[in-house]
Design a protein around this ligand. Structure first.
Ligand code: A3P
Length: 301
């Protein structure tokens, strides 16, 4: 039986990874019922790796033809990216709920924090595409700490940074161990590059246009010369930028059906905020774990 509980103190291990109660029910339901289609796009992340940004970019990219003439009608101006690209195991397939997905138009875009090993069988049996966005572990941890504290504060009071850090390093974090989550998708992207695209938050920040074009090519919808000439790449990047999304009225005031305020998904959106939070011992420890775990993989941050 799965105990009741919501936040990081009530995590359950399943197939080697840690989930909240709600998430675990979702994982099990999704594994049992989700039927992937060849044209599906699945955006996968470790929590706090830039999921919101990836959702916005992919939604804007895939649906770009619909709003060229009327950019003022763009759904991202009125809807939080999490409403436009729903989570499989946190939103659609929650406990005892099997959603009706027949009304969704193709390509369907979903998101997930599922570890590679826990993906529903229909995902590996189909030709659907997986996009994995990875973020360096120190920023991911700091972002996660802020996010869970935001939720916890309303219930019980804050979780100390030290306590959360200790657990994160031991692998006990939302969808953790962080490193195993990343590595499994990294390996999959090397083995099946036509199926799995591996992106990094830091590279996306540094050269957004380059990686948006990579994403478009991977998804089979590269930018045409006319689109390039019209500046569409930059328009999409601007629409999905941290400054733009976080300042939209909907994202300042809205609340997800699962209870989180939309604004909790926009904090700083930068690389290197860990420098403002971690002690030198913490940095050394995290770097050592990362080095040991990633050593043979060729993956670097
Ligand atoms: P910080 O807490 O470091 O600011 P997720 O979307 O996976 O929950 O991750 C949230 C993190 O991504 C937060 O990081 C958030 O600020 C950042 N983020 C959200 N939207 C972004 C955007 N459009 N561009 C860059 N970063 C963004």
């Amino acid at each position: 039986p799965i105990e009741k509980g919501w936040v990081a103190n009530h995590l359950h291990q399943y197939q080697g990874f840690w989930h909240t109660t709600r998430q675990l029910h979702g994982v099990l339901t999704c594994q049992k019922h989700f039927q992937a289609q060849d044209s599906d796009i699945l955006l996968v992340t470790n929590p706090k790796s830039g999921t919101t940004w990836l959702k916005a970019l992919t939604f804007a990219l895939v649906n770009r033809l619909d709003y060229v003439d009327h950019p003022e009608n763009h759904p991202l101006l009125k809807n939080n990216p999490h409403e436009l690209v729903p989570f499989l195991e946190v939103k659609l397939y929650i406990e005892n709920q099997v959603p009706d997905l027949t009304t969704l138009t193709s390509p369907r875009i979903f998101s997930s924090h599922l570890p590679y090993v826990s993906l529903p069988k229909s995902v590996s049996d189909s030709a659907c595409k997986l996009v994995y966005l990875c973020r360096n572990p120190k920023d991911t941890f700091v972002s996660l700490w802020h996010f869970t504290n935001n939720l916890r504060l309303k219930e019980k009071g804050a979780n100390s940074l030290e306590e959360a850090f200790e657990k994160f390093c031991r692998g006990v974090s939302l969808s953790g161990p962080y490193w195993d989550h990343v590595l499994d998708y990294w390996k999959a992207s090397l083995e099946r590059p036509e199926r799995v695209l591996f992106l990094k938050f830091e590279e996306l920040k540094q050269e957004p246009a380059l990686h948006l074009r990579r994403l478009a090519e991977f998804l089979g919808c590269p930018f045409s010369p006319e689109e390039e000439a019209s500046g569409l790449v930059d328009s999409i990047l601007k629409l999905c930028s941290f400054d733009n999304l976080s300042n939209l009225e909907v994202n300042k005031t809205g609340i997800l059906s699962s209870g989180e305020e939309y604004k909790a998904f926009f904090r700083r959106g930068e690389v290197g905020d860990w420098k403002n939070h971690l002690t030198s011992e913490m940095i050394q420890r995290m770097d050592k774990i990362t080095e040991e775990k990633m050593q043979a993989s060729g993956l670097k941050f």
